[in-house]
Write a protein that binds this ligand. Sequence first.
Ligand SMILES: [Fe+2]
Length: 377
Amino acid sequence: MYDLVLPRKICFGVRSSRRLPEILPASARRVMLVAGSHTVRSGLAEMLSDLLKKSGREVLLVNGASSEPPPDEIDSLADSARAFRADSVAAVGGGSVIDAAKAAAALVPMEGRCMDYFSGSAVIDRPGLFFVAIPTTAGTGAEMTSNSVLTDPVSKIKKSLRSPFMTPSATLNDPELLTDAPSRVIAFCGLDAFVQAAECFTSTRGNPFSRSLALSALSSLAVNLPAFYDDPRNEEARDKTAEASMMTGVAFAQTGLGAVHGLAHPIGALLHVPHGEACAILMPYVFGFNAETVPEPYAEMARAVNAGSSASDFVRFTKSLVRHFDIPENLSSFGLTDEHFPFIIKNCRSGSMKTNPRSMSDEQAENILTELAGAGK
Ligand SMILES: [Fe+2]
């Protein structure tokens, strides 16, 4: 038995972002539009705001959110929505903007502050405001999931605020919005999607639905992500990258991820490695470790990406994929040393570690970190 939790409506296609007014229910009259700063600079936020106004709605345009925001920032957004008497929220931007707006939309009708829910002392137990996510990067999956990645103000660790009621009401996946993304963003977000697809495929909570989507996404990303990165004007590669990222988001929202994500969060917080880059660097090491005892799914993924037929073929493929994007092969250039290991090991035991296909002891995690630190190279 398994459950599928999805947005009520998922629209995919060039210019689908312009369907925002029709996706909102007719009863939604006052929309808070949370916009990433690049969408404000490019005019996209204003264009969407104008479309909403032309449909007869009142709009409060709010500029952005910081990367993996602290709970205080969510409270400010929710307070703005309450003061405006918003009955719906839309977000246009990257993963952090969507996560911040998603959390705010869920918290508007709730009592208390975001920290109460983030710390687990209170639970989001009913639907929030109607929420539409419009991603401008391909890879985070934030437009599909029922969690928001926030930063704990005390430990500085990224952690999720979660509730089944936080799944977006609708998402508009418009590949055209990726057109002006810097190449580093294309690489990091796309590799995050690739890792998410692979971790979803091997998740201990996987099911035939999630595995089928993850494998299709993986085989598409293996070809289309490098092609889009090499030539951002390649519209077919762009659209297929966006589509595969959407499929990955739908899939991993059902299953959770794995040890790459478990380790990437404390490493990112400590060494300030961008999330997708951290995942890409960790991928060959963690998949190599997993494949020692659980080789079958990795062999299947090798076949899906046309890289051979064994688990080691897939691990080799992940190394060459990472190299294609000029990403370092370990974390020595980010300053990882054995002094950091206790913090990383203490803070890696998130939900992602629990769905990794092979359990990882502290000692095994330390062995992987020693390799990542570039010892002996
Ligand atoms: Fe990720």
